[in-house]
Design a protein around this ligand. Structure first.
Ligand code: GLU
Length: 293
């Protein structure tokens, strides 16, 4: 009899602000899933956005999570220390001919998108630079003009389908204490030609998360429902890069009076709640972890 491989889960916050109840939910949910799966719990610091991430926020992440009585395996992976890994993935994609430089500004994209949006609500990039003149591209690069690298999604999907691996991902949940896995079809085309390396940083959320989950051997991804659509793009990248697809679950987003917490201003941070006398037990009851799973 072969034994099940060890489950590996991760909580992956960005140190660009203070953690709030939504993060506490995600971290405690992940730890609870790791417990059920008898797996390990990793912490990953997603700090590719060098302009917005701050060391003091990172220090506070450790403090907040320790206060919630969470423990994680060492060493912690900090994405800003691994740009070379993301570069290598971009090289692989370039070798497949599925990325291209894009010099367009936000305004040009918004104007050209014609009212179409990607699942994040950003104007859908209409392929402005996809078939650009190679000489013009080379001239701009030589002149040092800032550019993003975008996925040629139609070509990428065609190539991925040719690999004979279905573009789908396994969704997991516990039902009556039993792990249930359902395969869901991915439709990455709704992201259009997504940015894989930004103008201001040589990678993107989508690329780094896919590379890191594979490098860290993550078997079960647990994250908020706001990232559900992103999984379709992640599966496409995993297929192109020859990386395994983990199992996924997208948990509910914590709301306060019906408002989404993560994006609304003025929501109390865990630090503020702690300083106001809240206990970890209060936090657990406030987010109602028992609700789910
Ligand atoms: N860093 C992302 C966030 O803070 C989470 C990434 C993920 O779990 O895939 O929203």
């Amino acid at each position: 009899m072969t034994s099940m491989p060890q489950a590996v889960l991760r909580f992956a916050p960005s140190p660009n602000g203070e953690l709030h109840l939504g993060h506490a939910y995600s971290a405690l949910f992940t730890a609870e899933m790791a417990r059920r799966l008898e797996g390990s719990f990793l912490l990953r610091i997603e700090d590719i956005d060098l302009g917005r991430c701050r060391p003091e926020y990172e220090a506070q992440i450790y403090e907040d999570l320790a206060w919630l009585d969470l423990t994680w395996e060492m060493p912690v992976r900090r994405q800003s220390e691994h740009f070379g890994d993301y570069r290598a993935a971009l090289d692989t994609l370039a070798g497949l001919g599925v990325i291209y430089p894009c010099f367009a500004t936000r305004r040009e994209i918004a104007e050209a998108a014609g009212g179409a949006f990607d699942p994040d609500g950003a104007p859908l990039y209409p392929g402005i630079w996809r078939d650009a003149d190679a000489g013009e591209v080379a001239r701009r690069i030589a002149a040092g003009e800032a550019h993003a690298l975008r996925l040629d999604s139609a070509r990428a999907i065609k190539i991925a389908r040719g690999f004979g691996r279905p573009l789908e991902w396994p969704s997991f949940e516990f039902v009556d204490g039993q792990l249930r896995v359902t395969a869901l079809m991915a439709t990455p085309e709704r992201w259009g030609d997504a940015v894989l390396a930004r103008k201001d940083t040589p990678t993107s959320y989508h690329l780094s998360v896919v590379v890191d989950d594979a490098l860290q051997g993550v078997t079960h991804v647990t994250r908020g429902a706001d990232l559900l659509a992103a999984t379709d793009l992640h599966v496409l990248l995993q297929t192109l890069l020859g990386l395994p697809t983990p199992l996924y679950t997208h948990h509910k987003l914590i709301t306060l009076d019906g408002r989404k917490l993560a994006k609304s201003a003025g929501d109390k941070s865990l630090r503020a709640l702690r300083e106001g006398g809240a206990t970890p037990a209060y936090i657990r009851s406030a987010i109602d972890l028992r609700d789910e799973p």
